[in-house]
Design a protein around this ligand. Structure first.
Ligand code: AMP
Length: 395
């Protein structure tokens, strides 16, 4: 079943209740400032379109952080309300609570167009997918819009249960539609050759994604700490690098399943004797005793770039090394630059690789930079998400 987009919705004179993912990173100290606004920025086109199409009110729902069902001022959406107001050049009223009686009063004020409900995760019902909570917030709107791709893998009251009250009146926002369309292209009709680059900390975290990718792609480039269990499984030494026995077992299984020889592993490394130590090149696949592998080496960068340049479809998740430390960021940055220079359909998903792409200054050259790390991996693995399914079919 197709996702219905707000582009096809009749919104003139309607009140819209819309779920967004405004779960942005904030500074740890007061006054709390948003350190990366991209999730809000990517939702702006949806808000503008709803207004252009004649919606009289937009009541916005979001979570922020993990307040675990309790009111906690640390996780207030106040900085988000302020940023939205500046960005849109309109007043944004932040309600005291998502189920505050005052919200209904606000809906009767003709001058109030934009209401942001306070953090929905301040209410214990949200993460329990509670029907009563869903029914209460459903009363704020004639139409439900879900643009919160980053929360679509959760079965929560404002992403899942709420759909029960909007049969044939539920739509995907522009960002949700773009996320699903981009990821579906990878799953259903990727132009070949399809090259995936998977990095990050642990094989066990991404085992399902790797298994799925092995079926879809022509070449799977492995980097980051994730590479060491594979190298160990093939008989190399890994020194003090991150490498659990569990991951070595999984890597062995994946290598055995890779009948087409799609998996490529690093040929050399950048190592150090500690996470803060000086970087040193390490030629060959083995890492000497006492050393930690912290980035892919120059030969690997070249070889991975050669694969990436041939691709018509590219998916990237996970950094190639400890990229938060500049000494070990070269592998990750070079992957970002190489992908950006191709004409391939390119998708990057996952918090750390998205941060790296942003840092590289190349984000605009990617076909799609996913706003949802966990959600994008789960969609690739299962081809569906609870929040998206509920939006299509109701609950
Ligand atoms: P993930 O969330 O699984 O994508 O993992 C991302 C994290 O893995 C980042 O914080 C990276 O710094 C870290 N990482 C990647 N490669 C290495 C490595 N070789 N050694 C230690 N940490 C790494």
């Amino acid at each position: 079943m197709q996702l219905k987009s707000i582009q096809d919705a009749e919104l003139k004179g309607k009140r819209v209740i819309a779920r967004f993912d405004f779960n942005v990173p904030l500074t740890k100290t007061e006054p709390r400032k948003i350190t990366d606004t991209s999730r809000i920025d990517q939702a702006i086109p949806t808000i503008r379109l709803l207004l252009e199409k004649g919606a009289t009110k937009i009541v916005m729902i979001s979570h922020l952080g993990r307040p675990d069902g309790q009111v906690n001022p640390k996780y207030s959406l106040e900085p988000v309300a302020e940023y939205l107001a500046t960005k849109l050049g309109m007043d944004v009223i932040l309600s005291e609570s998502a189920v505050d009686n005052g919200v209904k009063n606000l809906l009767h004020l003709p001058e109030t167009k934009l209401v942001l409900l306070e953090n929905i995760r301040f209410l214990p019902g949200e993460e329990k997918n509670d029907m009563e909570l869903a029914e209460k917030i459903a009363q704020y709107g004639d139409i439900y819009v879900n643009d919160a791709f980053g929360a679509a893998h959760r079965k929560h009251s404002s992403t899942h249960a709420i759909n029960a009250f909007f049969k044939n009146r539920a739509y995907a926002g522009l960002l949700m539609k773009k996320e699903i369309d981009s990821l579906s292209t990878l799953l259903e009709k990727p132009a070949k050759p399809f090259v995936a680059i998977i990095g990050g900390a642990k094989v066990s975290d991404k085992i399902k994604t790797i298994e799925k990718m092995l079926v879809l792609v022509d070449t799977l480039l492995i980097g980051g700490a994730m590479a060491y269990p594979f190298l160990k499984a093939k008989g190399a030494t890994v020194g003090k690098s991150l490498c659990s026995d569990e991951d070595v077992t999984l890597a062995k299984q994946l290598l055995a399943a890779d009948k087409g020889g799609k998996i490529q592993l690093p040929k050399d490394h950048i190592v150090s004797d500690s996470l803060e130590g000086a970087p040193a090149p390490c030629v060959g696949t083995s890492i000497p005793e006492g050393q930690i592998g912290l980035d892919i080496g120059p030969q690997t960068i070249q070889s991975y770039a050669d694969h990436i340049k041939t691709a018509k479809t590219i998916f990237w998740n996970g950094p190639m090394g400890l990229f938060e430390n500049k000494n070990f960021a070269k592998g990750t940055m070079s992957i970002a630059h190489t992908i950006a220079a191709t004409k391939a359909f390119s998708v990057v998903g996952g918090g750390d690789s998205v941060a790296a792409v942003q840092e590289s200054g190349e984000a605009a050259k990617f076909s799609h930079v996913s706003t949802g790390g966990g959600a994008s991996l789960e969609y690739i693995e299962k081809g569906e998400l609870p929040g998206v399914q509920a939006l299509k079919m109701g609950v």
